[in-house]
Design a protein. Sequence first.
Length: 468
Amino acid sequence: MKVVKFGGSSLSDSERIKNAAGIIRDAVKKERIIVVLSAMQGITNRLINASEKAETGDSGYKEDIEFIKEKHLTTVRNIFSPRNLTGIITRLQMMFNELEDILHGVELVRECSRRTLDLVMSFGERMSCTVAVEYLNACGCKAGLIDTRTCIRTDNRYGNAAVDFNISYTLIKKELKTVSLPIVTGFIASAEDGITTTLGRNGSDYTASIVGAAVEADCIEIWTDVDGVMSADPRFVENAFVIPELSYQEAMELSYFGAKILHPYTMIPAIEKNIPIRIKNSFNPSAPGTLIVNKIKGHPYPITGIASIDSIALINVEGGGMIGMPGIAARIFGALARASVNIMMISQASSEHSVCLVFSEDESERAVGSLNEELALELETKRIEKFELKKDLVMIAVIGENMRGTPGISGRVFSALGRRGINVFAIAQGSSERNISLIIAKVDEQHALETIHHAFLENDDKENKGHG
């Protein structure tokens, strides 16, 4: 039993859908598989744009609907014979009409709640799966559609709903028994009352993991448009290579720090059931990809990979009056939480003289405003100095299982950066020792990534660019 998931880039047009169908047909000959599909590339963004326009009364949302219509109709005209076209076009047209009715209602009331947006976004996966089922059946595969709103149960936190695993696993197993080749909608689910919910952007990976855990699959394959998880962003590091094997923990760290291969929640059900995840390239099916498992084989490098997050800001809260002031950290974090600012990293001097807070740049104004309000008295009495806000920063994370218990990793990182004249504004290391995070200026990003990669992951003779 294997769960096979295809992302939007693998379903971007008629040729990509034919290619994905070929991979599915080859896999079916060898074992029982369950297929999870995303929306066609770009469709979810179009649905969101249409919702935003309709909410403001902008009739331009109709152009987005027309684009979505034309993309799907052009695709089916290219992959179906004329005698098979009528049925699929009729099914799609019913969905186009429903979508148009919903967005017209949004336009009339000038409101698009998160609940309504979830319903609108669900059309992408429902359309792509409808096309895939019909095409696979036309190719001789007995495929059937499983709409995950019938079997993945969540709470009603629209936009990023939490899954009730116990109920969902039972319902999934029941639904899958009804179809020999299930084509499953990614990303979408439903609350207890049957209202459509979604699992967060790029949540189809998460769906694949949930389904895999429910049936205790032997493997979960995520088919995307790259050969696997890279040791660094190849846009910045020319010598970046595919990492053949990662631990679950390394993959979670890398996915959080900008390696957009997996939805961050994907590993949760897989870890619970100890199911391997393999990242594959639908554009290059023969490439072995990256295998993500509980325990990895040894490799010769002290780190596994490097990732970065752009558009970072930093605030230093400092002052002599902070020393020995009970509850100051709680007040700082509480103020930022009330302002819905997500703290990505903290660093505090042991003297308690300063606290460094790192968050997304677009949250800067809220962060400064909330701190000014919370600490107004301390600022007025000079116990805390005026806040120093730095923008145009990047967070870099150095990640790897081999870092645990290995002396000198931090020293090598900072020595290498120091030799290149790269200033580090803040650092943090988790107690797991799998991650060293540091903040640098955006202008130094490429040099820093290249420097760290060269220091840890490149052999002097340049012959071996892979683990092992």
